[in-house]
Design a protein around this ligand. Structure first.
Ligand SMILES: [Fe+2]
Ligand SMILES: [Fe+2]
Length: 274
């Protein structure tokens, strides 16, 4: 296959009780049906909030099963709980092995690796990082094995949380530590990735669209497929809109397209919390 088309969706936050988010998923699904990528990746926060409503995960899975093309998923903090950080308060719902296993039971995997169009694609569970859970060490061991298999191919990494705001060494501060892969796991991940030809890091989580390059690695923040967060609740870094990202990978190159599915609306989180 000389070209591989991948559509990234993220932060769908699906739940039976949130019709507006189901509507946005259906608009995305129709767009996917029209464009027929080779693969859809949901980069996490698939469920509205599984730690408090276990049914959200099962419901979200049911909707994904209706997608007309192959798809893969990665967990978000609203699917399996959040990372502990060194500087921020303990998360209200901390990631746990039982929560991770509930995700595995529904979605089958929380990390993956495959090759297409001359690229190595990696998906990681970013929520176990810095957790001290057994699966954190297992994942790093697995990642080391996968990186050893890349043999010079360009690498695209998908995970829920961005690695950092602007630079790997950005200091962690309590207000935003929860937004990025926490230290010291971030540094370990960066050091491991230095051994391969990393070209792309694609994340979600922030509910803002962003596209920047740091030292030859392109960082794509996919917007939420479902809702935006007001400036009153969250600082503005990139573009606040509901949407998705399309990629075209060819041997040794790739293209990124930022777009919204026809009919997709900017649902405001405030309307969901009433
Ligand atoms: Fe989210
Ligand atoms: Fe998230």
């Amino acid at each position: 296959m000389s070209e591989f088309r991948l559509t990234q969706i993220s932060d769908t936050h699906l739940a039976r009780r949130h019709k507006s988010l189901i509507d946005n998923f259906e608009k995305i699904s129709a767009h996917i049906d029209a464009t027929r990528p080779d693969l859809v990746v949901n980069s996490g926060d698939i469920a509205f909030d599984a730690p408090t409503n276990a049914d959200d995960l099962a419901f979200a899975h049911t909707l994904h099963q209706t997608l007309p093309v192959p798809w893969r998923a990665l967990p978000g903090n609203h699917d399996i709980g959040d990372n502990p950080t060194a500087v921020g308060p303990a998360p209200a719902q901390a990631v746990s092995e039982p929560a991770r296993h509930a995700f595995l039971a529904a979605f089958g995997e929380d990390r993956w690796s495959f090759e297409a169009a001359g690229w190595r694609f990696l998906g990681l569970n970013s929520l176990v990082m810095n957790s001290g859970l057994a699966s954190e060490a297992e994942q790093f061991d697995w990642l080391g094995q996968q990186l050893a298999l890349t043999t010079g191919r360009p690498v695209a990494l998908f995970l829920h949380k961005p690695l950092f705001l602007n630079e790997p060494g950005d200091p962690e501060v309590p207000e935003t530590a929860i937004r990025y892969v926490p230290q010291p796991a971030r540094q370990r991940l960066i050091e491991m990735l230095a051994a391969v030809d990393l070209r792309l890091i694609a994340s979600g989580h922030v509910h803002q669209r962003r596209d920047f390059t740091y030292r030859s690695v392109r960082h794509i923040w996919a917007p939420s497929a479902g809702f935006v967060i007001s400036d009153a609740r969250q600082e503005r870094i990139g573009i606040k809109e509901a949407g998705l990202v399309e990629y075209r990978f060819r041997p040794d190159s790739f293209e990124v397209r930022h777009l919204r599915a026809p009919g997709q609306t900017d649902v405001d989180l405030d309307t969901l919390l009433k």
